[in-house]
Write a protein that binds this ligand. Sequence first.
Ligand SMILES: N[C@@H](CCC(=O)N[C@@H](CS)C(=O)NCC(=O)O)C(=O)O
Length: 214
Amino acid sequence: MYKLYNVKRWGSMAPHLVLEELGLPYQNIWMTPQQVRSEEFRRMSPLGFIPALGLDDGRVIVESMAIVAFLTEAHRDRKLAPEPGTGDSAVYLSSLAFISSNIYAMINLAESTADYSSDPAVQKQISARARSDYHRAFDSLDARLAKEGPFLLSADFSAADLYLFTMTIWAKPSERALLERCQAIARLSGHIRGKPKLKAALEAHGIMKVTESA
Ligand SMILES: N[C@@H](CCC(=O)N[C@@H](CS)C(=O)NCC(=O)O)C(=O)O
């Protein structure tokens, strides 16, 4: 059985929602930030990052994008992603990678500027640039959804939509402000929050309602 190393409102939200939407059995291991920062966890996740997914063979994989892509491919019969090797699958993988590098990584950068400079002015500058970069990426996905949606794969809901949704929770100044600007993403979020299968996981992360301030 899969083991999901999970922290409320952290990067494990996406794999958590994907596991629930796929309807798979898994062991959910809630972690505290202190446990995540322990030597023991680092033996599984070398940089001490959540999410991590334990596989049936005992190995543990990291990187949210890879975990999402792996789960939907391994359980392709559940149809939460296009058939591997097709054009739709190329768009799916491209969407996941786009979100991972242009949104997730930029959110992390905006929130960790003290790791890069001790100068508050420099920190502010890095944070502003990273924030503007991830909002540009949100805007581009919003425009795509408005034109080709309602989902990233047009008529077909996929795990890429869940991945995008989890990013919106962390947006600054708030998810609310992002959704007011990006109406097509707002419609997608509403769709996801209305899914009965996801209710328990959304409630567990405290994200059933739009986050008013980050
Ligand atoms: N590239 C990684 C990033 C994961 C990541 O940044 N996780 C954060 C939480 S959202 C984390 O575990 N931080 C460790 C800490 O704060 O100690 C992925 O996509 O999985």
